[in-house]
Design a protein around this ligand. Structure first.
Ligand SMILES: [Fe+2]
Ligand SMILES: [Fe+2]
Length: 268
């Protein structure tokens, strides 16, 4: 894959549609870049995809829902691969309000964004979408401090933003379809690039974060950078825990970073 590619809209859980694309990352493979439509009583778009795929992204969105019906746009964080089509979506969705927290709002303000379209999420608050609540949760790891995931109380789907992202050699319909070793290697390589601080954290403390996800027992984990994960929660958490124990999560050195990012890099 030489350029970003839109796969389209695919149902990944009840009421939950993935707007799936992939972005090449140098010679390491491709990174999934997913946004999601949640067909709640008050419909929600989660993130807004890659700007370079605007036309096919909006087409996939419109095939899933009339954008004019969107009530909420949940922004996991303000990286370009999650904000790419925000302005274009808002133009099609006059009823939609952006959900973010204080730091997210400040970053939007720095972009000159119209803050009258922002719903500021206070600490501890939930989003009432009519037939369910979205409970904000901090993912186990992330690359921007404003990051907010959520747990959908109706479907028990967990959205974890960038966490559990993986590089892949070819598209797959779900995480369970990726060969186990390829999933381990892809997750560890991407974690070292996207959240290299993971290699420095206390394993016991991180283990508590991973254990909390296991106890939550989500029906599915959806991520911006992983195909939908059903029945593989302990594979995902175990992979990271073992990688941490083995010292496998190490940031690339300067030469490697220069090699990886000398061209266009679409995602973070
Ligand atoms: Fe990110
Ligand atoms: Fe991302």
């Amino acid at each position: 894959m030489q350029t970003p590619m839109m796969i389209g809209a695919e149902t990944v859980a009840p009421d939950t549609i993935s707007l799936t694309s992939y972005a090449p990352v140098a010679d390491l493979g491709a990174l999934p870049v997913n946004a999601f439509v949640i067909k709640a009583a008050q419909p929600i778009l989660v993130d807004t995809g890659l700007a370079s795929l605007r036309e096919p992204f909006l087409k996939a969105l419109s095939s899933s829902i009339d954008p004019g019906d969107l009530r909420w746009i949940w922004l996991s964080h303000m990286d370009a691969d999650h904000l790419g089509n925000l302005d274009a979506v808002l133009a099609l969705a006059p009823q939609a309000t952006v959900i973010t927290n204080v730091l997210g709002m400040a970053k939007l303000a720095l972009r000159g964004f119209d803050l009258t379209r922002v719903h500021l999420l206070p600490p501890g608050a939930r989003i009432d979408a009519g037939d369910r609540e979205l409970v904000p949760l901090k993912p186990a790891y992330y690359d921007a401090p404003e990051t907010i995931g959520f747990f959908d109380t109706r479907t028990r789907v967990l959205f974890c933003a960038d966490a559990f992202g993986t590089l892949m050699q070819e598209p797959a319909p779900e995480a369970a379809a990726i060969a186990p070793q390829a999933l381990v290697d892809g997750m560890i390589t991407w974690a070292a690039i996207d959240a290299p601080w993971l290699g420095m954290i206390d394993r016991t403390a991180f283990g508590r974060e991973l254990g909390a996800i296991e106890r939550l027992d989500p029906s599915a984990i959806i991520s911006g950078h992983l195909p939908v994960a059903r029945n593989v929660t302990r594979r995902l958490t175990g992979c990271l825990d073992r990688a941490l124990a083995a010292g496998r999560i190490a940031a690339p050195d300067h030469a490697e970073i220069e090699r990886l990012f000398k061209g266009d890099c679409a995602a973070a």
